[in-house]
Ligand binder design. Structure first.
Ligand code: ADP
Ligand code: MG
Length: 608
């Protein structure tokens, strides 16, 4: 019977169903495609409706450009797109979608209805398809814009239908997609209705209005605005203080040229920007808009266009680090750090120069240079009177020698960080302060950990990484993947102070470790490093590994056994904490202090 192989070109029908597998995974992916199309069509008002997790109905209506009858018919053809004509255009794509597959793919696996009218047309067009087959095309009265309704998703693909989760789960995926696009396009009025109930009604506005509408209204208090621009990159948006952090990246939003995007490089730059805020796996809350020349971004990496690549990765990375760090250091109405010129970043750090510091002519310590690290310079540990200060027993706090007591009108001996007045303790566990910015709650233990951590880290970074020989060399057996990684980065490992040599197969001999972690189990450490090499690259790895190790030591040891601190000690502790590089969290990611600003207090008491 097999008289030869017959190669046939797949019918569009089949091709669409295959494409649907790529584009349409679940109701949320339909919502994503339809939202992107609506935004591309210039809509400034749109609504999303889903019923039964999107299984029964997904409808997206917009007031965008609309389509003529011919355009509408074309839009449901595979590879029909108005957004790209030839391969060269791919380089310049700045719209959301450009593959021209989404509508055809969605229509192939649902009962699909498209109603559309251009503003200039009197009559609109209504097109219906079922399982990709055209059912009818007719004139229809319709508001200007487009409404697409997708019913009975996957009715003709039982295998896919089986993989859908509960309505509740599918709904939460849809909500996440809606949320991300609502953040990406704050200027577009957006509504989400689930099972005929309003979930979000978002008027057009800017990001600072949209965030509180989507999250808790108080989140804004913990965010700092980002404003950064250089030759290649412009950054805007908001980033969370380290005090707010999450166990995953769900609230780590980055938008590249207006497109919600996940880029490993940006993730790595963000963890670098928050260096040392948390040693464990915690993630900051970010709403970061990254703008750059569209030709410098590769969007065609993944079929669903979520991951992007950069032509100048170094420039993007440096910009994100500089922009986010500048934002985190900005006062923004919360606890302030010391004057800029007083801050010393860990020597030998990978962070780029901060333009503001450079402009101010602040001197930066050189790696291994003679400027002491900040914590050491402040004489930590053992809170004691700052030079030239004396303790004022009426609870005013440290005041300048020979100076009269500060009054609210005249902050008197105010030393950069403002005046912190201890009001008392709560459950002998927390301390409450009155400060110029508002009320501060302090966890002394976490604050201690932060200070000791930074002191150790700065010492290590200033002295360079030293190696210490092991009493006896150890053999470490790794898995094939880890071994390959380690082999590729042997030089980097040696630079970090790991004495390591290949031992045949996937085994290695280790005869020295970085002195700070010389009591670590070599196998465990090498594995940790291998993992770090994969996610972080060689550049920021040494510091990250050291950081995690130090954090572990600090939290475990010395600090635990300290007795209760005296009042002056507590006040000095807060003062020193304010000068820390990352004052808001302990090295393990717990908050060290919480500020309730005066403004917030007034609001809570209905005075504003
Ligand atoms: P792509 O978005 O990749 O171009 P789609 O299949 O999503 O592919 O859409 C095909 C075409 O249909 C688009 O290029 C656009 O011209 C048109 N289109 C889709 N949705 C809308 C809409 N909501 N308003 C106006 N035109 C639309
Ligand atoms: Mg599209």
């Amino acid at each position: 019977m097999t008289s030869g192989t017959r190669i046939s070109i797949l019918s569009d029908h089949v091709a669409n169903k295959i494409a649907a597998g790529e584009v349409v995974e679940r109701p949320a992916s339909v919502v994503k495609e339809l939202l992107e199309n609506a935004v591309d069509a210039g809509a400034d008002d749109l609504s999303v409706d889903i019923v039964a997790g999107g299984r029964k109905l997904i409808a997206v209506a917009d007031n965008g450009s609309g389509m003529s009858r011919d355009e509408a018919l074309l839009s449901i053809e595979r590879h029909a797109t108005s957004k790209i004509r030839d391969v060269d255009d791919i380089e310049r794509v700045s719209t959301m979608g450009f593959r021209g597959e989404a509508l055809a793919a969605i229509a192939a696996v649902s009962r699909f209805e498209l109603v559309t009218r251009r503003r200039e047309d009197v009559e609109g067009t209504c097109i219906r398809l079922s399982g990709g087959t055209l059912q009818d095309v007719e004139e229809a009265g319709a508001p200007a814009g487009t409404r697409i309704s997708v019913r009975n998703l996957f009715f003709n693909v039982p295998a896919r239908r089986k993989f859908l989760r509960t309505d509740q789960t599918e709904t939460s995926h849809v909500r996440q997609v809606f949320l991300v696009h609502a953040l990406a396009h704050p200027g577009v009025g957006m509504r989400l209705r689930v099972d005929e109930r309003d979930v979000y009604t978002l008027p057009p506005g800017d990001l600072s209005e949209r965030i509180p509408a989507l999250y808790s209204p108080t989140l804004m208090d913990s965010l700092r605005e980002v404003a950064y621009r250089d030759e290649f990159v412009t950054l805007s948006g908001f980033v969370g203080l380290p005090e707010v952090h999450r166990p995953n990246r769900a609230d780590q939003h980055t938008f590249i040229n207006g497109r919600p995007a996940q880029a490993p490089l940006v993730h790595a730059a963000l963890s670098e920007a928050y260096q040392g805020a948390w040693a464990g796996r915690r993630y900051p809350v970010t709403f970061l808009q990254i703008e750059l020349d569209p030709e410098a971004v590769d969007v065609n990496v993944h079929p669903t266009k979520k991951e992007v690549r950069f032509r100048k990765p170094g420039a993007v990375r440096d910009a994100v680090i500089a922009g986010v760090q500048a934002a985190l250091r900005s006062a923004g109405g919360t606890v302030e750090g010391p004057p800029e010129a007083d801050r010393v970043r860990p020597a030998g750090g990978g962070a780029p120069p901060d333009p503001r510091r450079e402009a101010a002519g602040a001197s930066r310590p050189r790696p291994g240079g003679d400027a002491p690290p900040p914590a050491a310079r402040q004489g930590y540990p053992g809170p004691r009177a700052p030079a030239g200060m004396r303790w004022q027993s009426d609870l005013t706090g440290w005041v300048q020698q020979g100076e009269r007591t500060a009054t609210p009108e005249d902050p008197g001996g105010d030393e950069g960080g403002g005046r912190n007045r201890l009001l008392g303790r709560i459950a002998s566990e927390f301390a409450v302060f009155d400060t110029p910015e508002g009320m501060v709650l302090l966890d002394p233990k976490a604050a201690h950990e932060r200070l000791i951590f930074e002191r150790l880290l700065n010492q290590v970074l200033a002295d360079g990484i030293q190696s210490q020989g092991l009493l006896s060399a150890e053999t470490v057996d790794l898995g094939p993947r880890e071994a390959a990684l380690v082999r590729r980065h042997l030089d980097a490992l040696r630079e970090m102070g790991v004495g390591i040599a290949e031992f045949g197969g996937d085994s290695f001999v280790v005869d020295a470790l970085p002195s700070l972690v010389s009591d670590a189990e070599p196998g465990e450490l090498i594995r940790e490093i291998a993992e770090g090499l994969q996610t972080l690259g060689t550049r920021s790895l040494p510091r990250t590994v050291l950081r995690e190790r130090i954090a572990r030591d600090v939290s475990g040891s010395a600090v635990r056994h300290r007795g209760p601190l005296s009042e002056p000690e507590l006040e000095a502790l807060l003062q020193q904490l304010r000068s820390a590089d990352m004052p808001y969290t302990s090295p393990r990611g717990r908050p060290t202090m919480m500020l309730t600003s005066l403004q917030e207090l007034r609001r809570k008491f209905g005075k504003e």
